[in-house]
Design a protein around this ligand. Sequence first.
Ligand code: ZN
Length: 67
Amino acid sequence: MDKKIEIRCRNGHCNRLFMNYYVTGNDVELNLGGFELKCEKCKRVLRLKNYTEKLLMEQSVKGVFRV
Ligand SMILES: [Zn+2]
């Protein structure tokens, strides 16, 4: 399984790509709580807490997950 999920800025005018996630098929805890993402385009700063692969898959639309 090689499904890719794009993690992008939720700001509609921005839509910047933060990272690509490749689905492993295991419902892994992503442990992203320690990461801080900063959108260079619209200057939002955000932290991803308690994300799991399942949640990414459930809440992504057409392979895009917005944060
Ligand atoms: Zn942005």
